[in-house]
Design a protein around this ligand. Structure first.
Ligand code: GRF
Length: 200
């Protein structure tokens, strides 16, 4: 189809600063994509507010709303199908994506992780824990990774990575801020690579 835009679902649990940077990059770089929905396990968070303000369907979907895991994953799949979603972008989503959804969207789910995978990934490696571990290991550099999602945590093939230096006086918080800034460029770059094959 000539003018088909790739329809993206973004999954978030918090601030949604990566969602916002992706949204702006799509506008500025004129990437052939649009947000079909923003899904969150939280009824109110920065990402949900941003979605509402920008006319993007904001959907609260939590496992707590369902009696079984199967009912929850079916509801998630149905939502994605109803909104005609091509790709899912995880951006600070603090839940595991149900296996049936991962299977239905093989190589069509991306995640951003605030470290240089395969190092500092896996269960428990999220938020400030990642940056504490990087500092404790004495690394001279850290960074961020955009990767495809498979049923294991942080294990799918890497799409794009970007490095940042670790400074001698870094705290987990100062390193987190530097990495987050890097993420805001990396995720749009990865999306551009995926959609148009450009690598900036
Ligand atoms: C980012 O550091 C991302 O790498 C991690 O969660 C954080 C989300 O931040 N998965 P935000 O909600 O995009 O501001």
């Amino acid at each position: 189809m000539a003018n088909h835009k790739t329809r993206l679902a973004v999954f978030c649990s918090g601030t949604g600063s990566n969602f916002q940077s992706l949204f702006h990059a799509i506008e500025e770089r004129r990437l052939p994509a649009e947000f079909a929905l923003c899904l969150s396990n939280r009824s109110e968070c920065g990402a949900i507010v941003f979605a509402r303000q920008h006319g993007i369907p904001a959907i609260h979907l939590s496992e707590k709303q369902y009696e079984t895991h199967e009912a929850f994953s079916s509801a998630m799949l149905k939502t994605l199908e109803e909104h005609d979603v091509d790709y899912i972008l995880l951006a600070g989503y603090l839940r595991k994506v149900p296996e049936t959804v991962v299977d239905a969207y093989t190589y069509r789910i991306l995640n951003i992780h605030p470290a240089l995978l395969p190092d500092f990934g896996g269960e428990g490696m999220y938020g400030i824990n990642v940056h504490k571990a990087v500092l404790e290991a004495g690394c001279k550099e850290s960074g961020a990774t955009v990767h495809y999602v498979d049923p294991e945590y942080d294990k799918g093939p890497v799409l794009l990575q970007k490095k940042v230096p670790v400074m001698p006086d870094d705290t987990p918080e100062s390193l987190a801020a530097r990495v987050l800034e890097c993420e805001h460029k990396l995720y749009p770059d990865a999306l551009e690579k995926l959609l148009v094959g450009n690598e900036s």
